[in-house]
Design a protein around this ligand. Structure first.
Ligand code: NAD
Length: 480
């Protein structure tokens, strides 16, 4: 069985403890590789390598850093099939999705930041005829990068690429549930000519490796994507150490559909935004709000389409819905289905595990589920479930739509469907969300700031925001 290794100072190394964790294929429910059970000692070795590599990498001309990052992007594209298969087996997501979305987007992340760094600028101000002020934006040193399991390579590279482009070195940790694509990326980085120690990948548990990264005194910058409770813990550790932190956390995103919307597009996209990646995208619209005149027809048509989604082996081309990521996560989502019933919800389709056969007989499959008749304040409508589960709730008029959309502790993204241009702008302005999509979903321009409000996080990633996050501004004032 393959034993994944960490990647420290350009070399593949086993954990100092000698211990490994099981890596489970959630579609089969079986262990298919072993992941290092690393700890603070491995993190410390990675930090030392990253510190040693920092002066050289920071002094490397931007054009050369760019060239290497572009070679990594090319390496990802050249290995698309292997990476997509690895991601499919790690996560249980349909292979088609990994091949067409996740892996190509990981390559785009490197391409984007490799070229963005060539255009990154700093400012100069003249104070009357007295002084010239200019701002240096310098790399901050060793960055700690921690990512989740739902879009493993995409979210990992979304942090690695800007950190490295700006001249930082990094100690990065993918989720212990989905380590394989980061492991393959390490080899791609070596082949692309990334100097040893610039990117170090330490595999293992959040409570050991993640916590050690956050607490390490030599890591002054932390970029984290994951759950809100973990984000709060990281903030508690990092705040008194005065680290610079971005936290990209959970969501409970509203998908607001006005009666004047293009219903066909709202339905087709609503189906995707509810269930893509088994609902395990932080940006999924898990609360659908529909204006009363359109409510009944929308519910009927969405349920009809949901029941046609094919739940199956993620390796098969025609599978729409694969497995959820783990047994623990399966149990969590199933517990929310029980809760929804207890809270008086009516389950119109799904609501149960999907029984599979053959290779997938012991896998973690849940039928895509549509629930109605729940009040907005109940736990099912307030807490992030992060599975193939949506609720649909009717509303009356703009004010109620906004009140319901904003009436959760989260504020990551929102989707808005209307043909009324004025209303689109009016409502978008009042939604408490880091991103508002109007008549679309998941369209991304990598230049835009990305992140959440309220309990969905602090700070922003993306474009200029990321380049600024990973650099330290220093003002130089020269009197003349
Ligand atoms: P998680 O918080 O359990 O884990 C995320 C990462 O943090 C993993 O690598 C984990 O090992 C590590 N970790 C766990 N405990 C830690 C600790 N105490 N200190 C440091 N690191 C620790 O989240 P998850 O279950 O992997 O991911 C799902 C969550 O991520 C969902 O809530 C989802 O909404 C969120 N998410 C948010 C975004 C976003 O951009 N806002 C994107 C994707 C996923």
């Amino acid at each position: 069985m393959l034993h994944i290794t960490s990647f420290i100072d350009g070399k593949f190394v086993p954990p100092i403890s000698g211990q490994f964790l099981d890596n489970v294929d959630p579609a089969a429910g079986t262990v298919y590789s072993k992941v290092p059970d690393s700890d603070a000692r491995d993190v410390d070795a990675a930090v030392k390598a990253a510190q040693a590599a920092f002066p050289g990498w920071a002094a490397t001309p931007a054009a050369e850093r760019s060239r290497i990052l572009l070679a990594i992007a090319q390496g990802i594209e050249d290995n698309l099939d292997d990476l997509a298969r690895a991601e499919c087996i790690d996560t249980g997501k349909p292979l088609r999705l990994a091949r067409t979305v996740d892996i190509p987007r990981a390559a785009s992340n490197f391409r984007f930041f490799a070229t963005a760094i060539l255009h990154f600028h700093s400012e100069a101000y003249r104070t009357d005829q007295l002084a010239l002020n200019y701002t240096l934006r310098q790399p901050r040193g060793v960055a700690g990068l921690i990512s989740p399991w739902n879009l493993p390579l995409y979210l990992f590279t979304w942090k690695v690429a800007p950190a490295l482009a700006t001249g930082n070195t990094a100690v990065a940790k993918p989720s212990e549930l989905t380590p394989m694509t980061a492991h393959l990326l390490a080899d791609i980085c070596n082949k692309a000519g990334l100097p040893p120690g610039v990117l170090n990948i330490v595999h293992g548990l959040g409570s050991k490796v993640g916590a050690a990264i956050v607490a390490h005194p030599a890591i002054r910058t932390i970029s984290f994507t994951g759950g809100t409770a973990t984000g709060a813990e990281i903030a508690r550790t990092a705040a008194p150490l005065f680290k610079k932190v971005t936290l990209e956390l959970g969501g409970k995103n509203p998908n607001v559909i006005f009666a004047d919307a293009d219903m066909e597009t709202a339905l087709a996209t609503g189906l995707r935004s509810s269930f893509e990646n088994q609902g395990q995208i932080c940006l999924c619209g898990s609360r659908i709000l529909v204006e009363k005149p359109a409510y009944s027809a929308f519910v009927e048509r969405l349920v009809e389409r949901t029941t046609k989604l094919k739940v199956g082996d993620p390796l098969e081309e025609d599978t729409d819905q694969g497995a959820v990521v783990s047994k623990n996560h399966f149990d969590k989502v199933m517990s929310y289905l029980r809760l929804a019933r207890e809270e008086g919800g009516k389950i119109l389709c799904g609501g149960e595990a999907a029984k599979m056969s053959g290779r997938c007989a012991a896998g973690y499959f849940i039928r895509p589920t549509v629930i109605v008749d729940l009040p907005m304040q109940c736990r099912t409508n307030q807490e992030e479930i992060f599975g193939p589960v949506v609720t649909i709730t009717p509303f009356e008029g703009e004010e109620q739509a906004i009140e319901m959309a904003n009436g959760v502790p989260y504020g990551l993204s929102a989707t808005l469907w209307t043909r009324d241009l004025n209303r689109a702008h009016r409502v978008a302005e009042r939604l408490e969300s880091g991103t508002v999509w109007v008549n679309c979903w998941l369209l991304r321009d990598l230049r835009t700031p990305f992140g959440g409000m309220k309990q969905s996080g602090v700070g922003r990633e993306g474009g200029e925001e990321a380049l600024r996050f990973f650099t330290e501004p220093k003002t130089v004032c020269v009197k003349y």
